[in-house]
Design a protein around this ligand. Structure first.
Ligand code: NAD
Length: 348
């Protein structure tokens, strides 16, 4: 099948296949849209058993970044890169340098950052070859650095907005949050929610990590196999994608699903399933945009920390717009978000 006919191909502006014989680098850079600005999105370093999966990943993820950046109101388009690692995941300075040169050759139409398998140190190495990099370490007080806490803040504000809409409550005080994952995003959310008086149940396949967060917020550790079906006010997925499917949705015992994990819906029709079960869903790429807001503001150099916060505070406003439109049109919130994003990137 040709690239143009692949199911994930969505009139991407460009797909660059990179091969550097000396370092052994093989990478694909997908530029979905530059309608709103340079195509921003991280680099994934992953071993793909089948290179076609890498192509599908770059096509799907770069389109996702177009939608996410547009819905966050950023002057950035959407792009993504994957580096095809070998089975041992060998990563050399020469490969990173070659990758940096490839990004540089695109002249700023693609801006890279960290993603799965790529560290801040790797991005510092890429920065040696190109200035079209973000998510770099910064001095205290400057915009940049770890996007995690910014993502947590946006998710927290989004959870509050969802609770307001679904339960009519102005704060999380006395409410029960079931949090899947106890990593960067989840732990920040747990702290903010417990400061609001929420009761936290938390699960992670790394039990020690879950326990650490639970201890900090006087919460309860739950078995990872049980968190999705816990009776609570909010389920907040902050670990894996594709966790909402026909089976898991049928078992949910919450009125709200709002969390930071990417690609939570296994299939588009799972948005309808949530809606049919009376569950309010916060579309993932809208609620989890706090990190990219910080990354974009760093790269575009168009604001300070107060500006980052102001933009993150727009996340609940955008969610409200989506839910209002969903109520008016009968479309589920994920479908409404996709339509809004397509309009914003000139592809309605
Ligand atoms: P992280 O690696 O810090 O934490 C993820 C946690 O999930 C880990 O502790 C891991 O052990 C746990 N986990 C994995 N499988 C699990 C399972 N089956 N059940 C319970 N826990 C499980 O990652 P993070 O940065 O906190 O990101 C969490 C999610 O949010 C990811 O989906 C990520 O793509 C998304 N996200 C993160 C950011 C960010 O700024 N960090 C931004 C947008 C989206």
């Amino acid at each position: 099948m040709s690239l143009w006919d692949l199911p994930d191909f969505d009139a991407h502006e460009a797909v660059h296949f990179v091969c550097d014989r000396e370092s052994g680098l093989r990478a694909i850079i997908g530029i979905h849209s530059t309608h709103r600005g340079p195509a921003g999105g991280g680099t994934r370093f992953w071993h793909y058993a089948d290179p076609d999966q890498a192509v599908a990943d770059v096509l799907r993820l770069s389109r996702g970044m177009s939608y996410k950046n547009a819905m966050a109101g950023l002057a950035m388009g959407g792009g993504k890169a994957v580096i095809l690692a070998d089975a041992q995941r060998t990563k050399t300075p020469e490969m990173l340098a070659a990758f940096g040169r490839a990004v540089d050759r695109l002249g700023g139409s693609y801006v890279t950052a960290e993603d799965v398998g790529i560290s801040v140190a790797d991005m510092v190495a890429v920065r040696e070859q190109t200035r079209h990099v973000s998510g770099l370490p910064v001095a205290e007080g400057s915009v940049g650095g770890d996007p995690g806490p910014h993502t947590s803040l946006g998710v927290y504000l989004g959870v509050r907005a969802a609770v307001k809409r679904a339960l009519g409550k102005d704060s999380l005080s006395g409410l029960h949050l079931a949090i899947q994952g106890a990593g960067s995003v989840a732990s920040g959310l747990a702290r903010l929610a417990s400061q609001d008086g929420a009761r936290i149940s938390i699960a992670d396949i790394d039990a020690a990590r879950a326990q650490r967060v639970a201890d900090e917020v006087a919460g309860t550790v739950v078995d990872p196999g049980e968190i999705m079906a816990l009776e609570a006010d909010v389920l907040s997925p902050n670990a894996l994608g594709a966790i909402l499917d026909e089976q898991s949705i049928a078992a949910l015992r919450v009125p709200v699903v709002a969390g930071g994990a990417n690609n939570q819906l296994a299939r588009p029709e799972d948005g309808d399933r949530l809606q049919a079960n009376g569950i309010l869903y916060a579309p993932d790429y809208v609620i989890n945009a706090g990190g990219i807001i910080n990354v974009a503001t760093e790269y575009l150099n168009d604001g300070d920390q107060a500006e980052v916060r102001r933009k993150i505070e727009q996340i609940p406003v955008r969610l409200e717009e989506i839910w209002t439109e969903s109520a008016a049109s009968g479309r589920n919130p994920a479908a409404v978000a996709d339509l809004m994003a397509q309009r914003l990137i000139g592809r309605a």
